[in-house]
Write a protein that binds this ligand. Structure first.
Ligand code: HAM
Length: 428
């Protein structure tokens, strides 16, 4: 039997309902902050990621799906979106529009990861990029939008870790300081970190190997060596966050696994997943567009790992989405068969989610199924109802049954379910 490739997943109902609901909240929240959706190709020239994410990063070094096309051009499946968004910004002259642009995206990314819980080779990110604003207020707005998204999903216990990565001019000094601090313990580092010590010592702070993490704890924090400009920038971001009562912690070891960041960087971790499994990561990348040959336009953004997010969704949100809200319409007898389809169509047009019994189950079997599947309401239509232009409805939660005019059902349903998932607002 043919099986799906390792590291990929089939998302099946009813879980796909959770994915839709999460994506609905993302569109609603990011849209309400002035965000607009951007969709870019799933594959790009390999060079795009080498130049942005960075040659010495794990992502480019060992995790990209890279292949030549039939004309021998090197292409890669996108391991992340920010590079593609920056490329699209330049290529489509988005700088001609009024800035800033707030661009959000939802889609699959690809990384050849070692198999581990919460790591997939195809995974989905939900991200937001604010391009064309270099102020601390832009970072704060971005973080506020992110925080609001998590709040609407009902998360109470997430931690935002924040750091200042300094400006690129400070980077050399910082790399040297880490190298000097860690060189005496070179032999204790993993093979990758021994290489990183030469090529890019900053990356050692990001290593997931426990022994390396212990050693990295002795490295100096970036903020100590950063210049005044970046320190003031991040301090202002912090002030905004404090005033908005958005909780965060300063984490001087946070460096992120991609090369384009400067100044503000952050990650969101969930106590359920542990600090090694990051739910969301992002930061400022003011040189990225210029490095790709565009104008000097700043940007700041984040991406949330949707697979990991769905795994730790708060129970209240999950239960509300997974509860089967539909009206189960059961025809009783021949004459009602076509009528139920028409009825269902009319109700559906008024926004009532309906499911028709089409397999010929008896009423008894249908009621049993309704119970098992968690339907809220069963609507029964037989000869008597047809001649009286009524329908008999049973509310399975309240446990009562009554007849009502056909046209009344949508109003009655709305009263029963004042807010219906997934278009729910912030009351989950
Ligand atoms: P990243 O930290 O590489 O950042 O990825 C963001 C999130 O994607 C991670 O926190 C994680 O939740 C999820 N993720 C990454 N790899 C996997 C995987 N193999 N399986 C499941 N989930 C995964 C970026 O990609 C940047 N582009 C974020 C950004 C946007 N920075 C500025 N703007």
């Amino acid at each position: 039997m043919i099986q799906r490739p390792r590291g990929t997943r089939d998302l099946l109902p009813p879980d796909t309902r959770l994915w839709q609901a999460v994506e609905g909240v993302a569109r609603e929240v990011f849209g309400s902050f002035g965000g607009e959706e951007i969709r870019t190709p799933v594959f790009e020239p390999t060079e795009l990621f080498v130049r942005t994410v960075g040659e010495s990063t794990d992502i480019v070094n060992k995790e990209m799906y890279t292949f030549p096309d039939r004309k021998g051009r090197s292409l890669s499946l996108r391991p992340e979106m920010t590079a593609g968004v920056a490329r699209a910004w330049i290529e489509n002259h988005l700088g001609d529009r009024s800035q800033p642009l707030r661009l959000y995206y939802i889609g699959p990314m690809f990384r050849y990861e070692r198999m581990q819980h919460g790591r997939y080779r195809q995974f989905s990110q939900i991200g937001l990029e604010i391009i064309g604003a270099d102020t601390p207020l832009a970072d704060a707005e971005l973080l506020a939008a992110m925080h609001e998204f998590f709040v609407r999903l009902g998360f109470l216990d997430l931690e935002i870790h924040l750091n200042n990565l300094g400006d690129p001019e400070d980077r050399g000094r910082y790399q040297e300081a880490i190298r000097a601090a860690l060189a005496p313990r070179r032999a204790e580092l993993c093979a990758d970190c021994q290489r990183r010590l030469e090529e890019n010592p900053l990356r050692i702070l990001d290593c997931k190997v426990p022994a390396c993490q212990v050693i990295a704890a002795d490295a100096p924090g970036m903020d100590e060596l950063a210049g005044d400009a970046s320190r003031q920038h991040v301090a202002k971001v912090e002030t905004h966050l404090q005033r908005m009562a958005i909780p965060y912690v300063r984490n001087h070891r946070l460096v992120r696994g991609l090369d384009y960041y400067l100044r503000t960087v952050f990650e969101v971790v969930s106590p359920q997943l542990g600090t090694n499994t990051v739910l969301c990561g992002g930061g400022r990348y003011d040189r990225l567009i210029a490095d790709l040959g565009g104008p000097a336009v700043p940007g700041v953004g984040f991406a949330i790992g949707e697979d990991r997010l769905v795994e730790v969704l708060p129970a209240r949100f999950k239960d509300a989405v997974l509860a089967r809200p539909a009206v189960y319409v059961v025809p009783l007898g021949e004459a009602a068969q076509t009528q139920v389809l028409e009825l269902a169509r009319n109700w559906a047009r008024e926004g009532v989610p309906v499911e028709v019994e089409i397999t010929g189950r008896s009423l008894k079997a249908a009621l049993k199924r309704a119970d098992r599947e968690g339907f809220r309401v069963v609507a029964m239509l037989g000869d008597d109802e047809i001649s009286a232009r009524t329908v008999t409805v049973r509310d399975l939660v309240a446990g009562d049954q009554s007849a009502m005019p056909l046209a009344d059902l949508p109003v009655w349903w709305r009263a029963l379910t004042p807010v219906s998932p997934p278009a729910r607002r912030g009351n989950v």
